[in-house]
Design a protein around this ligand. Sequence first.
Ligand code: AMP
Ligand code: MG
Length: 329
Amino acid sequence: MRKITALLLALCVLCLCACTSSPAPKTLELFAMDTYMTLQVYGDEAVLSALSQKINVLDRLLSATNEAGQLYALNQTGRVSCDRELTALLTDSLALSARTDGALDVTVYPAVMLWGFPTDDYRVPTDAELSEALSHIGADHVQLSGDAVNLDQGTMLDFGAVAKGYAARACLELLEASDASAAILSLGGNIQTYGSKPGGDWLIGITDPTGETDYFATLSLSGTHAIVTSGSYQRYFEQDGKRYHHILVPKTGEPAETGLLSVTVVCDDALTADGLSTALFVMGLEKASDFYRDSDDFEAVFYSENGTVYVTEGLTNAYRGTDYEVIAR
Ligand code: AMP
Ligand code: MG
């Protein structure tokens, strides 16, 4: 079910992107990082295979569930001499964790596992289980020195909130070193544009989190950007009539009920966009708006539970869709 939804999402994004293009891009589709991905490149077909190879390498390296991967080994043993890419992502993730006051926290995995999200084996944990898990969550349980990572007993990492952003960042580096003139990559809910699309702006649909329509809005953007959406609709289960979704508050280990259904972040850097979309969802509208006013590196669209859409000041020119309220800087 999750895979079908991801495929439809990827295809819909593809459609929006393809409608107005003049020369047709070369396209490659793949399944990686537990989602369908679509890579479209203008002007240098050869880079497509380099992009997919890079994504597959990172998938194996950064997956918490791939037994052949390095993150899996780190989570099992608590101590691994790590690949440069893994330590780079961990360093940036810890910095984002500090910046967001722990709203993003890659040590949240013990709680994520209790809810059954990695294995689709869903259940509501007991209070005792959650409090045991919480004793292993927090950046202070991670020691990083050079390429050596040490995790305290019981602490485990989950890059689910940032790995696709890191992959998009790595892909952008490959595109910049290639002869491609432009590209758009759809890595699940993460979109990366590169360069000027022939014949017009990039059109990025933002998924309607209620499911009543495909998209509630489109962003019309030119140039290179990362556009990332986090939403409670993307992964959830229901038990006794209540819905439990996959974005957790690291301080409680429970799904974030902050009045939002989705957050979309637009940023120059894909890893920052990915980390912040998760963190802003956890913060909720009020704290996220204050965080926006204190920052200068992103714009955002919020879809609240009561259907009101909020768009940050710097994105109103790009936004086409449902009525909205402006978040001024
Ligand atoms: P995203 O879809 O990018 O918002 O990331 C959500 C995924 O990241 C979840 O499926 C979990 O694997 C993990 N996760 C959930 N909550 C958090 C959090 N507060 N900080 C870091 N990772 C999280
Ligand atoms: Mg994220």
